[in-house]
Design a protein around this ligand. Structure first.
Ligand code: AMP
Ligand code: GLY
Length: 422
């Protein structure tokens, strides 16, 4: 098969690494890819949000399966456009990707189908939003409705803070159009976990659990990021919790979306809060988590490609995937300054030495190769140093051994990835 992966981060490197190992695949492209992906796939210089460019490439080259990594092309309708050309696209339609693209849509879906989540209101009018805030009290959570690169959520300790978050968003100053509507939510308490399933719109295949570290600093301090590290499995997601998540959250969502006439096909990522009242949904994403995908892919024993095809073709019923018992852990190395501003173009050395640590693997996120052939940093999150071992503790030890062989003074990482589990 000829396969195209869309995206250029660590998630897409992990997907390309997995897909390139499938005996079903003879040509693998990645658009736009990065310096690490170039070792597993042929990189094509088309941006992940260039829908016309991606469709044209796919048609011109006879691509048979397109695996869409990030949310933006999904929300922009890439899967719909490919389906119209009779090309298999792994990932939801634009209508179904609204589960991530519009928090208000997601919350209304939960309300319609009785899916446990934080109580909420949707507002476009600041006065109405503030009345709701004063009625509910603080702490309270204010969210921009649309995509805001993971930054559109403000946990407010006081009513004043919540009111000013509403003003910032609705004025269009904070997140542009994404903030033209706000969702205001009850504050939930508990441990967070990520839960992933594949679905063909009707049948659901649970993958594995994982935990992410969203804050930039050790001990979960500092501003939120796209994710500074992850591990799988997440010990807090016991079998009973996984069953509850499937029965109360995932299955009603998939059935509800089908009943609504917007069936969801692809990977569905539930961000969960494990509360005293049981698991509740924080948010849905219409794609794999990054860096959660990196740990999932290294734990997967089965070939991923038949599962992706089965999801596209509505044939996931009775499908099975096998997993290694070993745990996996990934440490994100980011450019100094991230998630604020940071330098680009700094040179990274020692990657070969690091990769020699047994059981370790380095996925690239924001990297490129310069004219001298050096690997350089081109983004905020740059490398995902991943290791597998019998326990999360051993995987952590291996991952940091590999990290310590990387020579990149302009980069940093958290030193405590996996602390909850170790
Ligand atoms: P989201 O982008 O919706 O995942 O939100 C980012 C982070 O904000 C989550 O990972 C949670 O830590 C936190 N968060 C979002 N909504 C709530 C809520 N209703 N209660 C408590 N924390 C929340
Ligand atoms: N790691 C969080 C995300 O992918 O949204």
């Amino acid at each position: 098969m000829k396969v195209l992966v869309v995206g250029g981060g660590g998630r897409e490197h992990a997907l390309c690494w997995t897909i390139s190992g499938s005996p079903l695949v003879d040509t693998l492209w990645c658009a736009p890819g990065n310096a690490g992906i170039a070792q597993d796939a042929e990189c094509v210089d088309i941006a992940a949000d260039d829908i016309d460019g991606l469709v044209a490439f796919t048609v011109d080259n006879g691509v048979e399966l397109v695996v869409i990594g990030p949310e933006i092309p999904l929300v922009l309708g890439l899967a719909d456009r490919l389906q119209a050309e009779n090309i298999r696209a792994f990932g939801p339609s634009a209508a179904a990707a609204a589960i991530e693209g519009s928090k208000g849509y997601m919350k209304d879906l939960c309300a319609r189908y009785d899916i446990p989540t934080a109580g909420y209101g949707r507002f476009t009018d600041a006065e109405a939003a503030k009345a709701f805030i004063s009625e509910r009290g603080a702490p309270i959570v204010v969210k921009a409705d649309g995509l805001a690169a993971g930054k559109g959520v403000i946990i407010c300790e006081t009513i004043e803070q919540a009111n000013s978050a509403v003003d910032d968003m609705l004025s269009g100053n904070a997140f542009g159009d994404a903030g033209a509507e706000v969702v205001i939510e009850e504050f939930m308490q508990g441990e967070e976990a990520s839960f992933f399933v594949l679905t063909d719109g009707e049948n659901v295949l649970p993958l594995a659990s994982a935990q992410d570290h969203k804050r930039v600093g050790d001990g979960d301090t500092g501003p939120n990021t796209g994710g500074m590290g992850a591990y799988s499995p997440a010990p807090c997601v016991t079998e009973d919790i996984a069953t509850a998540v499937m029965d109360k959250i995932i299955l009603p969502t998939v059935a509800g979306m089908k009943a609504d006439g917007t069936p969801y096909q692809g990977v569905l990522y539930a961000g969960l809060m494990l509360t005293d009242e049981g698991p509740k949904l924080i948010e849905y994403n219409c794609r794999f988590g990054d860096p959660e995908c990196q740990v999932l892919m290294t734990r997967l024993m089965s070939d991923l490609v038949p599962a992706l095809i089965a999801a596209c073709d509505g044939e996931l019923k009775d499908f099975d995937l096998r997993w290694f018992d070993e745990a996996a852990l990934t440490v994100v190395m980011a450019a100094n300054g991230y998630p604020g501003s940071y330098d680009k173009g700094t040179v990274i050395n020692g990657l070969d030495k690091a990769a020699k640590i047994a059981g370790s693997l380095i996925f690239h996120a924001g990297t490129a190769t310069n004219a001298n052939g050096d690997v350089i940093a081109t983004g905020g999150r740059v490398l995902n140093v991943t290791a597998n071992a019998a326990t999360i503790g051993e995987a952590q030890e291996r991952a940091y051994k590999a990290v310590d062989r990387i020579e990149w003074p302009e980069g940093f990482c958290r030193r405590d990835i996996g602390w909850r589990a170790v």
